[in-house]
Write a protein that binds this ligand. Structure first.
Ligand code: PLP
Length: 397
């Protein structure tokens, strides 16, 4: 069972005993990673931009080591790593850079199941007259429709945005093939690898994408740190800021992110195997306890820790409120205000509204045990079955 704690303003520790299965939203910081972050904050607190003294030099070398660790995990060049406050900022930098280096407006192609961080940035650029969007369709498993990709590329594109794996239904995309096809048409590619990092093999040198996006808090690192990896990126291309002041790096967050990557390099493969087994057990158990349970996404090419289901007849907001304090899962489609909106991913997959209204995203993680899975299966099934019986006859299923 996971034991997480909440530190209030008064520093009172309130234990939360709910099983945490929302690892696509965020992951708990690995204690080994937290130890690095604390040491960097307390002991290695120098300014990595101020390398005129030993403290600054040590901070700068911690940032350099973190770049090496990211590069090592992903087969990238350390010099291509730019740290950001997370994936959202990295996406905005990459798209802004692409706008800055192409003739106006940027012809940008986006799969319909991209994260809102990509979609909203592109829509904003389009409203400003800086981008023209073409949409790449997906099938009912959220897989890219090859004919839609072909026709979009044929129409002329400067930048293609696709994710390595979907943050809702877990579908994994053939990114190497997409980069190759885009390259044949002279288009750059932005790969949002936020959910994929450490959970599937990624070799950026072989991939040859112009921009790759990562975030620390999805791999047991701290929140508020991420990276853009790009062989083409330069700050100066966006803002003309050649030689201007660079912000003071978040050294503790960066060092912790780097260490989280090292742990993924060492343990990610075994962890993924273990989680895929537990996920399969959970799927089978839920299917046995909930009549007519639907598994969404591509079961044959899916993130190992992802299980996305629909239970028609059980509205997901009601199920989640029944599970509050017992099992933490999500719908996966909450917007920035925390409100549940119908998922744009499931809508792009053209799933029936009864599947969309009842979808649940379950994400396993490093601390998830077989006991957690059994407890979660029983609680989730009970919540769904209760909600179904109280809504039976009320909803058009
Ligand atoms: N892209 C994907 C696929 C995500 O899952 C997320 C976060 O959920 C983001 C981008 C945004 O990441 P961040 O929270 O680091 O800004």
């Amino acid at each position: 069972m996971n034991e997480h704690t909440f530190v209030s303003r008064q520093s009172t520790l309130v234990p939360v005993s709910a099983v945490y299965l929302d690892h696509h939203a965020t992951t708990p910081v690995d204690p080994r990673v937290a130890e690095i972050a604390i040491r960097m904050m307390v002991e290695e607190f120098g300014n990595a931009n101020g390398v005129e003294n030993i403290h600054g030099e040590r901070a700068a070398s911690a940032v350099a080591q973190a770049k090496d660790r990211l590069a090592q995990l992903l087969g990238a060049e350390p010099g291509d790593v730019y740290f950001t406050s997370g994936s959202t900022e990295a996406i905005q930098l990459a798209i802004s850079h692409s706008i800055g280096t192409h003739c106006d407006p940027l012809r940008i192609a986006i799969s319909r199941v991209e994260h809102k961080a990509v979609i909203d940035t592109a829509l904003h650029a389009e409203r400003l007259g800086m981008a023209a969007i073409s949409w790449i369709d997906v099938d009912d498993k959220a897989q890219i429709d090859p004919s839609s990709l072909r026709s979009v590329l044929k129409g002329g594109v400067d930048l293609v945005c696709v994710m390595a794996a979907n943050n809702e239904v877990g579908t994994i995309y053939p990114i190497a093939e997409i980069v190759r096809k885009a390259d044949e048409r002279g288009a750059d590619v932005l790969i949002d690898a936020t959910q994929a990092i450490g959970r599937m093999p990624l070799n950026l040198e072989d991939l040859g994408a112009a921009y790759v996006i990562l975030s620390g808090h999805k791999i047991y690192g701290p929140k508020g740190v991420g990276a853009l990896i790009s062989p083409v990126f330069e700050y100066a291309s966006i803002f003309g800021l050649q030689g201007a002041h660079h912000p003071t790096p978040n050294v503790s967050g960066i060092a912790a992110f780097g260490y989280a990557c090292e742990l993924m390099a060492l343990e990610g493969e075994a962890e993924s195997r273990r989680l895929a087994q537990l996920r399969d057990q959970l799927q089978e158990r839920l299917k046995s306890l909930v009549a007519g349970l639907i598994v969404n996404g591509a079961e044959s090419a899916r993130l190992p820790h992802n299980l996305h289901v629909s239970a028609p007849g059980a509205p997901n907001d009601v199920v989640l409120s029944r599970l509050r304090g017992k099992v933490s899962i999500s719908t996966g489609s909450a917007c920035n205000t925390g409100a549940q909106e119908p998922s744009h991913v499931l809508r792009a997959m053209r799933l029936p509204h009864t599947y969309i209204d009842s979808c649940l995203r379950i994400g396993l993680g490093r601390t998830t045990t077989a006991t957690d899975v059994e407890r979660a299966a029983v609680e989730i099934a009970e919540a769904i079955n209760d909600v179904r019986s109280s809504f039976s006859g009320v909803l058009d299923v």
